[in-house]
Design a protein around this ligand. Structure first.
Ligand SMILES: [Zn+2]
Length: 349
């Protein structure tokens, strides 16, 4: 592990801010790491926990007993709290940790945290509590956490992660030092996949593009080839709907609306695929083919782009956004999806 980047790919500004706070003896009581899924928020929080508790020469050394225990989630002074409560899940992909919207961080988990923060660290110098996806806290849990944030015990650092800092109650967000993280550059993801994860260049290039800079997604997908195959099948269906009959479109809507009842997150992911596909069509149309995401379906994209006008693509992108908004607002899923899918513009021959 390099002694200057904490072993983190990208997020250079955030790493240097956290490093300076340790070096200057100005470690805050609470930090909020926000940004899209699977860009490395929890990884950064764990690296910070290692840097605070490392007993090696170049913290975080990644090799000492403390670093190793934090990596394995067995360090007594570093706790990970998330919806569902199981620390064992934390190493698994972000998708599995959030596979159902009904999972929330409950009051009992935060009460346990409050009880523990009052005790002195067992081994380490700092007790670190990582509240993963703090936006999953129910209101009682959030109020309870607020008490700890208002009167933080010494030698305790709370690290919250969230998709969007604005979703959290402002009373919580305003008490944290905010660190917002964005997607990495595609080349940076590609280089990391080749160098650190030893992927073949072609595979690294594909995953880096598909990831949109979300390195955690790229790493998870590299380890699960079926996810990539499923993604490709879904995209082909999306592309096929441009030429599908009304009956076929209704059938598709039925299927997706039923899935929304059971696995809403999956349907949001499908809508992301829709958006990605139609944005790619727009890029092809605007002669920016070098920027497309779905590089593995390039020929299909270029065929389809020729059959639409820029206006049609623009209008349909708006229809996708509108459907997503309606799902957020709990409009009947079937109606929202019908309005979108029946509006897929008919491709010209
Ligand atoms: Zn160490």
């Amino acid at each position: 592990m390099s002694d200057n980047d904490w072993g983190i790919i990208g997020h250079e500004r955030a790493v240097s801010l956290l490093k300076r706070s340790i070096e200057g003896g100005r470690v805050g009581h609470s930090y909020l790491f926000s940004g899209p899924p699977q860009i490395g928020k929890t990884t950064l929080a764990l690296a910070f926990a290692k840097a605070l508790n490392c007993t090696g020469n170049h913290p975080p050394c990644g090799e000492c007993r403390d670093c190793a225990a934090i990596e394995k989630r067995t360090h007594p002074d570093v706790r990970l709290i998330q919806a569902g409560g199981s620390e064992a899940d934390a190493g698994a992909g972000e998708q599995s940790a959030r596979s159902s919207k009904s999972r929330v961080i409950k009051i009992g988990q935060i009460r346990e945290l409050q009880h523990e923060v009052a005790l002195l660290p067992y081994e380490g110098r700092w007790k670190v509590y990582i509240v993963r996806y703090a936006d999953d806290m129910n209101i009682e849990a959030a109020n309870s956490l607020l008490k700890t944030l208002e009167e933080p015990p010494s030698a305790v650092v709370l690290l919250l992660t969230a998709l969007d800092a604005k979703i959290l109650p402002s009373t919580i967000a305003s008490r944290c030092q905010q660190v917002s993280l964005g997607p990495l550059a595609i080349d940076q993801v590609q280089a990391a996949l080749e160098q650190r994860w030893k992927l073949e260049p072609a595979e690294a290039k594909l995953l880096a593009h598909l990831s949109g800079g979300r390195i955690g997604w790229a790493i998870d997908t590299a380890g699960d080839r079926s996810a990539l195959a499923e993604r490709e099948t879904e995209l082909s269906r999306i592309a096929d709907l441009s030429e599908a009959s009304r009956a076929q479109r209704f059938k598709y809507v039925d299927e997706v609306a039923t899935r929304f009842g059971r696995q809403p997150d999956e349907v949001y992911a499908t809508l992301d695929l829709w958006l990605g596909w139609w944005r790619d069509l727009l890029l092809m149309k605007n002669e920016c083919s070098g920027l497309v995401t779905n590089i593995n379906m390039f020929s299909r994209l270029s065929q389809q782009a020729m059959r639409y006008t820029v206006e049609q693509i623009h209008d349909f992108l708006k229809a996708i956004e509108a459907a997503r908004k309606q799902l957020d607002q709990n409009v009947n899923a079937k109606l929202a999806l019908e309005a979108m899918v029946l509006n897929v513009p008919q491709a010209r021959n």
